[in-house]
Design a protein around this ligand. Structure first.
Ligand SMILES: C[S@@+](CC[C@H](N)C(=O)[O-])C[C@H]1O[C@@H](n2cnc3c(N)ncnc32)[C@H](O)[C@@H]1O
Length: 258
């Protein structure tokens, strides 16, 4: 898709579809991976909408320039406040908050993904070069959202990443695919190991319990595995999980210490 909307098909009756508006210098890269599989089918079925707008369309000079050198010196270029402001003004009033994808932002986690999926939509401003002039972010009260502690060359991949995670939580998008309630982060744990046929592959049998047909034992085994993996790989998640699992015991321990 170049700039323009997708997903305007059979919108969910009686409700406006969740709407993503992307402001970017490269609208042609959307929907990209969001146009395939679950997200793509959801887009086709009108379960969500995506519109990518070209920030350059809001430039006014004959060269359609969107950037300028940093005041105070330094490397690279900065996206101009007047151009970004006009782009933001053109989408003011669209559903949901406006976020600027930025390594300085609030870090995207599954909790943040759930929060954004509960909004009616989202406007995503993608930076390039050294980023966007600070004043337009302040003037427009734009929140910043980071996809991790690393620097990408532009906000487009970050916007796709956030949208992919959000869209799969929208009603109807997952269909009968794996329930999100069992997945990593949904219960504060990483996921248990998954297996499929054959039951023995290259002399590696799957754990016996999975062939037992005993649902309660399987549930218990999966929970133990999820706990084991989380404790080993993510001490940060594990500490939070343990604290939330045993709040009463922890309260008592604190009282005993006093
Ligand atoms: C080269 S980066 C600019 C980095 C900026 N000079 C800094 O040091 O914070 C260009 C654009 O990529 C996007 N970007 C880079 N890393 C990101 C991240 N971790 N999360 C979200 N967006 C990111 C932002 O939109 C940013 O404006």
């Amino acid at each position: 898709m170049s700039d323009g909307a997708t997903g305007a098909g059979a919108a969910t009756e009686g409700a406006e579809a969740w709407t993503a508006t992307v402001l970017t210098l490269f609208p042609e890269v959307f929907p990209g991976p969001l146009g395939i599989s679950l997200a793509g089918k959801g887009l086709e079925r009108g379960l969500w909408r995506l519109e990518a707008l070209d920030i350059r369309d809001f430039a006014r000079d004959k060269h359609r320039s969107v950037d300028d050198t940093p005041l105070g010196g330094g490397a690279g270029m900065v996206m101009r406040p007047d151009v970004v402001d006009r782009a933001l003004e053109s989408v003011a009033g669209r559903p949901g908050p406006v976020v600027y994808l930025s390594p300085r932002g609030r870090v995207l986690t599954q909790d943040v993904v759930r929060e954004l999926a509960a909004e009616p939509g989202l406007t995503l401003l993608c930076g390039r070069y050294e980023g966007v002039d600070e004043r337009v972010l302040e003037a427009r009260g734009v929140q910043e959202l980071s996809v991790g502690d690393f620097v990408l060359s532009g906000g487009e991949v970050a916007a796709m990443l956030a949208l992919d995670a959000i869209v799969r939580l929208l009603p109807g998008v997952m269909g009968n695919e794996a329930s999100e309630t069992d997945e990593s982060f949904e219960r504060g744990l990483l996921e248990y190991p998954q297996y499929t046929r054959p039951a023995d592959w290259q002399g590696r049998p799957v754990p016996e319990v999975l062939l037992s047909g005993h649902h309660e034992r399987i549930r218990q085994w999966r929970r133990e595995q999820a706990e084991r993996i989380t404790e080993a790989r993510r001490p940060d998640l594990w500490a939070r999980y343990v604290a939330e699992k045993t709040p009463k015991q922890n309260d008592q321990a604190t009282k005993d210490d006093e």
